[in-house]
Design a protein around this ligand. Structure first.
Ligand code: HEM
Length: 221
């Protein structure tokens, strides 16, 4: 889980950085340029297969771990005060992961499906309105797609913010837990890793949540 977790943590940094380019307020030009690069570069497209494989593996490993934990103690404790030795979000990783998965299904339906429908290199099959031309190069206008999804759909914005809120708690435990899985548990370094995990989860999730909100509120155009 640690290794697949690290991969997903890295993916989120790249995804968040590219998406943050919508805040350049240049009509999505920079964002579309980089989204096009990510969607058409052969190395990145190959890594995309790895991303989905790791995502599925991460879910499968989580389910296995959950079932192992349950069968390790078929008879429940008569007295159990879990709050004494762990945080609620550490004990709720399965629930948080399921909420994120539900969010992801909607999310991929919104963006990944339309952006990949044309297939590699065949963006010309897309509707003209979803294409943009920069410096003579035709790219899929994912920025427009984002505006269409968020601008007038308050419920979608709320679902995204809640999805990212679940992700925040999941990452808060997951970041530090991934290091622990690799044996990095040290009196001196563990507090540093925990602090880094809090900073990472907070920055990534505030940045992601601000995207649908900014589009709904017309803060970017
Ligand atoms: C809340 C703000 C978010 C926005 C506005 C957003 C936007 C997008 C867009 C536009 C794409 C399509 C990119 C492309 O096809 O080139 C995409 C793909 C994707 N997003 Fe997000 N995203 C957000 C948050 C997230 C989060 C929190 C996760 C994970 C938990 C996530 C996971 C993915 C995945 C797995 C893909 C497909 C990756 C790929 O294209 O290879 N996204 N997102």
């Amino acid at each position: 889980m640690g290794l697949t977790g690290f991969f997903l943590i890295t993916f989120l940094i790249v995804h968040c950085l590219i998406n943050s380019m919508i805040f350049f307020n240049d009509g999505g030009e920079t964002f579309n340029h980089w989204a096009h690069f990510m969607g058409s570069n052969l190395i990145i497209r190959t890594m995309e297969i790895g991303l989905f494989a790791f995502l599925l593996l991460h879910i499968f490993q989580g389910l296995m771990l959950w079932s192992q934990n349950r069968s390790a103690r078929p008879v429940r404790y008569a007295v159990n005060r879990p709050e004494k030795n762990s945080k609620w979000y550490s004990r709720s990783m399965g629930l948080l992961g399921t909420l994120i998965l539900l969010f992801l299904i909607l999310h991929l339906y919104h963006f990944w499906v339309p952006s990949r429908m044309g297939g590699i290199g065949s963006i010309h099959e897309l509707e003209p309105a979803s294409l943009s031309t920069y410096s003579g190069q035709e790219v899929h206008n994912l920025y427009n797609e984002m505006l269409m999804v968020f601008r007038e759909n308050l419920w979608v914005v709320i679902v995204y913010v809640l999805g990212v809120f679940s992700l925040f708690w999941h990452l808060l435990h997951g970041f530090q837990s991934a290091f622990q899985t690799f044996g990095l548990n040290h009196k001196r370094y563990t507090p540093l890793i925990k602090g880094l995990g809090v900073a990472y989860s907070t920055i990534i999730c505030i940045a992601f949540a601000s995207m649908p909100v900014a589009m709904y509120m017309n803060w970017v155009s």
